[in-house]
Each structure stands twice: as C-alpha cells, then as structure tokens.
Design a binder for this molecule. Structure first.
Ligand code: SF4
Length: 337
C-alpha cells in the first residue's frame, strides 16, 4: 500500500495537506498576482470577494497557466462581480436539501443516507451548490458522530452511507477512523461512498493513515472524486489515485458541466482520457445546479446533449459519463444522456 505508482518530486511528497491549506491563496488579488496577470487583464475579469470566501491551495494554482485570464482552473475558483447578480431561477438551496436534513443526515435517495460530514473544503468552487448551506447547524461529525450513527442504526433499509460536505476528507484520520469503525459495526450497511475533491486539489491528503483505515473496514469503499478539466490532473493526482486503487478502493469521477471551463467536446474527451489513464472512471457529468451566484457557469440543456452526443461518437462507452440533472424531491438523479 505504501508503494507510490509514479514518482512525484520529494517536495511534492513532503507537503503536509494541513500546511497547504494554511498557506492557501485567499484573496483574488494574490491569486491574480501569482498568475502574473497584468492590471488590465485583472480589471477585465472583474474579481470581487464575497461572503463565500476564496480558497485556493498553491499546489492547485500552480496547475493554472500563467498570464491566461481564461484559464479553466482559474475560472472555477476566482470570485467575480457576476456572483452578486440576482438571476431568476437561481436559489440559495437549489436542491431543497435544508428541509431534508436532520442532524447532518440528508435522506433523499432510497436505501442511502448522505452525511454532511463537515463544512470544510480544500478549495472553494464558485459553482458549488452548497455554497449557501447552513453548515453551522448541520454537520454529522459534531458530538463525535453519536447522533448520526444512532440515526443510521435505527433504519435497516439503509445499505449505503455517502460522506459529503464540505469535503469529508477535511476531517482528520482520527475522526474519520472513529466513524468508519462505528459504521462497520452496523450490519445492514454494505458500502461507504466518499465524495471528495481532495485527490484532485491536494492529493497529499491520501496519506498512509487514510489508506490504512479505509482498507481495514469490511465495508466496500467507493471514492467519487471531482475533476472538471484534464489540466487538474498531474503526477501527484495520478499517484494518489493509484494508491487508492491499490488499497482496494473503487475510484469514480464526477464533473460539473461549466461554461468557459469544459463545455466543448475536445476538453471533455481529453478529461475522460486523462481520468482513465490515471485510474478513475468517468461516472457523472452534472448539469449545473442552479445555485445563486453561479448563473454565469450555466450551459444550455440542448448544448449539454449535443456535447454528450459528440463525445459518445469519439470515445468507448465506458469513458462516456452519464449526463445527469438533480431534481429536488426525486429519488435518484435524472439521466439526460
Ligand atoms: S470541494 Fe465540493 S463541497 Fe467544496 S466547494 Fe468544491 S464542490 Fe463544493
């Protein structure tokens, strides 16, 4: 389990993910300076800080192209003035999750329970559908998971627990290990799914302690990573995915279809190819959830269908993600193409 599949540099391996978060870039001006953008380029972007604060680890910013205001990774993380515009149809809780959540447990899919494990993330994605979620009132990790585990123990219909957030890998191995141990003891549970952007943004988080605790449980582990563009995948990401697979973990990817980031066939084809080369299967391509502040990322539904048809004609079926929309109140995602 400790053998790395590729050879990231010593510096890359030595980075502690907590230090990387402590030294992350937290203002638009610092990020634009880091990318060596001219004052004219910066002004044209109209960066504008707001209550959903910028958070970009330097290791992720280093994968952006210097001097390019249209860089697809930059576009995902830079707060813009456009976020302040109210747009009809875009809401603070687009999936109506707040009312469906009790003690950090969201019950919206049959047989599955989704835990809001934490509010923290390794990066703040501007299109995030939970950017306005009231995390302070709803996190499953408080009281050392006791209420959450009691809730899950009472419902034997649940066979799969999904850790979401925030990013569940923001929690320490100690806290995650405590949860996994308790879930392991609930006989009706079969699968633990973890939704995380860490393996992409800060792959150093996939450390030996984490791999050991996930390998030790009887539960099947599925890790759903979140990558939107092939440029996000570097040697450290490849190594992290290889280490997860080596620990027996199934690794899938979900992406969000984002205007100006990945809404063209070449980009989507390259994303699928690079994910597969790294050892992750493309799983879902989500339509944007219509959250307030993210309207500028929306891609028309008709264009989304054209894109999925275009990549289907160029890739084997196992590399074509399912185009999906989440409709509040439905028991599963709606497959569009
Ligand atoms: S990492 Fe996930 S939960 Fe966190 S801001 Fe990005 S999309 Fe949202």
């Amino acid at each position: 389990m400790s053998t790395l599949a590729t050879v990231p540099t010593r510096t890359e391996i030595a980075i502690d993910w907590r230090d990387a978060l402590r030294t992350a870039i937290r203002t638009p001006s610092e990020l634009l300076e880091f990318l060596e953008l001219s004052p004219e380029q910066c002004a044209a972007l109209e960066p504008c800080a707001n209550e959903f604060a910028q958070l970009v680890p330097r290791q992720f910013a280093a994968r952006m192209r210097k001097g390019d205001p249209d860089d697809p990774l930059l576009r995902q993380v830079l707060p813009l003035a456009q976020e302040q515009e109210a747009v009809a149809g875009f809401a603070s809780d687009p999936l109506e999750e707040v009312d469906a959540t009790r003690n950090g447990v969201v019950r919206k899919y049959a047989g599955r329970a989704l835990l809001i494990a934490t509010a923290a993330c390794p990066v703040h994605c501007r299109y995030c559908f939970r950017r306005h979620f009231p995390y302070a009132e709803q996190t499953a990790a408080r009281d050392e998971w006791q209420t959450t585990v009691s809730t899950l123990a009472e419902d034997r219909q649940i066979t799969e627990v999904i850790l979401s957030g925030g990013d569940p890998l923001s929690l320490s191995n100690r806290r995650l290990g405590a949860l996994v141990k308790q879930l392991d003891e609930l006989e009706h549970l079969e699968t633990l799914r973890i939704h995380t952007r860490f393996p992409i943004v800060l792959p150093q988080r996939i450390d030996t302690g984490l791999l050991e605790l996930l390998a030790a449980t009887r539960l099947r582990i599925v890790l759903v990573i979140h990558c939107n563009h092939a440029q996000e995948i570097d040697a450290t990401v490849v190594a992290a995915v290889a280490n997860m697979r080596h620990a027996g973990i199934i690794v899938l990817n979900q992406s969000v279809l984002l205007s100006g980031v990945n809404d063209d066939p070449d980009t989507l084809v390259e994303l699928s190819r690079q994910l597969f080369a790294a050892g992750a299967l493309p799983y879902y391509l989500h339509e944007l959830d219509r959250v307030a502040g993210a309207a500028h990322f929306e891609v028309e539904a008709s264009r989304a269908l054209e894109l999925i048809d275009a990549i289907r004609s160029r890739l084997p079926g196992y590399l074509v993600p399912r185009l999906v929309r989440e409709i509040p109140g439905t028991l599963s995602k709606t497959i569009l193409g």
